[in-house]
Write a protein that binds this ligand. Structure first.
Ligand SMILES: [Zn+2]
Ligand SMILES: [Zn+2]
Length: 332
């Protein structure tokens, strides 16, 4: 099978051939249809995540079909599954026992500690996969596995009775959570890089009430804001934009340092928190919601061998929506 592998810090990914792996106990072998590209893949490439063991196959937004099952797994061949970032949790630690398996002490993550979906085939622990309906094409479904899920978890951390939600960084996660928020009747305030007309147009097109630059403030205070861009300067900016008692949620795995800011920005019971990973319950709730409403994921498709190009376009802010690697049809 063809894979794109990260062999050293900084990359680029290398195209390699590997034998198709054999599923072990509890595992499924998936024939990958599509795998979306996430900002976390850039952090992996740049060595910004701790303890990366090379070589690693990135990719944690995988849609594929069951090709074979390991011992103890009874799933039908051909069944369509999605594989998210959380690839394993221990089930025994304090976090796992308190419905916070996203924070598991021994969690393992797809495309980081487990070879991921930038490949024609991948192995996954079946307990952490989600059934994926055929209503979505593989390319449309792939970004739901992280951009969608993390956005959904971030939104659920914003508090109840939201009326006005700010989103900083209008990429893959934002364009999905924006649709969920609008569907829930929440007004959207989209903040983009100053001068990023493409992202601003995209936000308008999706139905944002207000679109502006991250250094601007709307004329009404917001109930909450989610920061998807990995830019620490946005934290005080977002705190400035939310009302007393409002929340600022950081949805990314990595962020540049947050500059110091006056306590008055946090005062008034404003809350600042991060969102880490996902739980399977998040996945179930989000995918149920995604089947009750229609989420239109805007995707730009690339062949597997163009993974580096997709990553570069993501880095340079050239994408509208999500980049997705779509596998060529191969005879299995
Ligand atoms: Zn991701
Ligand atoms: Zn655990």
């Amino acid at each position: 099978m063809k894979v794109m592998v990260l062999e050293k810090r900084g990359g680029p990914l290398q195209a390699r051939e590997r034998p198709i792996p054999v599923p072990g106990p509890g595992q499924v072998l998936l024939k990958v249809e599509a795998c979306a590209v996430c900002r976390t893949d850039l952090h992996l490439l740049d060595g910004e995540l701790p303890e990366i063991h090379y070589p690693i196959v990135p990719g944690h937004e995988i849609i594929g079909h069951v090709a074979s099952c390991g011992p103890g797994v009874m799933l039908e061949n051909g069944m369509r599954l999605g594989v998210p970032w959380l690839g394993y949790s221990c089930g025994e630690c304090w976090y796992c026992l308190h419905e916070q398996e996203n924070l598991c002490d021994r969690a393992r993550f797809t495309g980081y500690q487990i070879d991921g979906g930038f490949a024609e085939y991948t192995l996954a622990d079946h307990r952490f996969c989600f059934p994926i309906s055929s209503d979505y094409s593989a390319a449309e479904a792939a970004p739901l596995m992280c951009a969608g899920l993390i956005g959904y978890r971030s939104l659920s951390m914003c508090g109840n009775d939201l009326q006005r939600l700010g989103i900083y960084g209008f990429g893959a996660a934002a364009h999905i959570v924006a649709q969920v928020a609008l569907w829930q009747g929440i007004s959207l305030y989209a903040f983009t890089r100053p001068g990023d007309e493409r992202a601003q147009l995209f936000a308008h097109h999706l139905g944002a009430t207000w679109v502006g630059s991250s250094n601007q403030l709307p004329d009404v205070p917001l109930d909450a804001a989610i920061i998807f861009a990995p830019v620490g300067d946005l934290v005080p900016a977002a705190l400035r934009a939310v009302r007393k008692g409002g929340s600022v949620v950081c949805g990314g795995i990595h962020m540049s340092d947050i500059p110091s800011f006056p306590y008055a920005l946090l005062w008034g019971e404003r809350q600042l928190r991060s969102v880490a990973n996902l739980t399977r319950k998040d996945g179930e709730k989000f995918l149920e919601l995604a089947s009750n409403t229609t989420i239109h994921t805007q995707v730009e498709c690339y062949p597997l061998h163009a993974a580096n190009e997709a990553l570069t376009n993501l880095r340079e802010g050239k994408l509208t929506g999500a980049a997705v690697l779509v596998m060529a049809e191969v005879n299995s």
